[in-house]
Design a protein around this ligand. Structure first.
Ligand code: HEC
Length: 175
């Protein structure tokens, strides 16, 4: 009789403690392998390799300013395949902020967060002022508050995005 009561009260106490443990979250002495100082998916390592680093693969490019980038010639032909590839990447990487047409503030992020309002990249200023290499360098390094896209894209991808941006600019001038 007493033993039964004892068993019951022990289980009631344990069941009572259980949700408290869940609410309190992980205990300090419980270690999970996920919590370690490794680089997580989508985390930035280095937009550019550190000073003096030696490349082992073929994707490394020298450090350039945007203005120096302007002098780099566009290696891609303006073919439908290149434009289509650029369109896919534009929709993936740039549309959230710049919108599908590269017009000012049309992206979902710009609309939600006015501090990230994007400029209209289809104005005569942007069409005439900069050569393809400038845009390539902006994609690679980012701009003042725009994040860099060097990590998620290959050089071919970045040039393709520039080709698609040119299509968007052209479309806005001749609707
Ligand atoms: C997180 C939001 C965000 C994303 C994503 C983004 N941009 Fe931007 N971008 C901005 C903002 C904000 C500005 C204006 C302020 C600045 O220059 O930092 C800008 C400016 C620019 C400029 C103008 C630079 C100049 O000379 O004034 C270009 C070109 C550009 N972005 C291209 C791109 C391309 C191409 C992509 C996709 C690979 C992209 N952006 C993705 C936020 C973004």
């Amino acid at each position: 009789m007493y033993r039964n009561l004892l068993k019951k009260s022990v289980s009631v106490i344990l069941l009572g403690i259980w949700p408290v443990g869940l609410l309190a979250g992980p205990w300090p002495f419980i270690q999970n392998m996920v919590d370690q100082p490794s680089i997580k998916p989508q985390e930035t390592v280095h937009p550019l390799p550190p000073e003096g680093a030696v490349p082992r693969g073929g994707l490394w490019e020298p450090k350039r300013t945007w203005q120096e980038g302007e002098q780099v010639p566009d290696p891609l032909p303006h073919t439908p395949e290149v434009v289509r590839h650029g369109e896919q990447l534009w929709n993936r990487y740039c549309t959230p902020c710049h919108g599908p047409r590269a017009k000012a503030g049309e992206g979902a992020v710009s609309r939600l967060w006015p501090a990230l309002t994007t400029p209209d990249l289809t104005t005569a200023f942007y069409i005439q002022q900069h050569r393809d290499g400038y845009y390539y360098e902006i994609i690679r390094q980012g701009h003042v508050i725009m994040p860099p896209y060097a990590e998620g894209t290959r050089p071919f991808d970045r040039w393709a995005i520039v080709h698609y941006l040119r299509v968007l600019q052209n479309r806005s001038q001749h609707p």
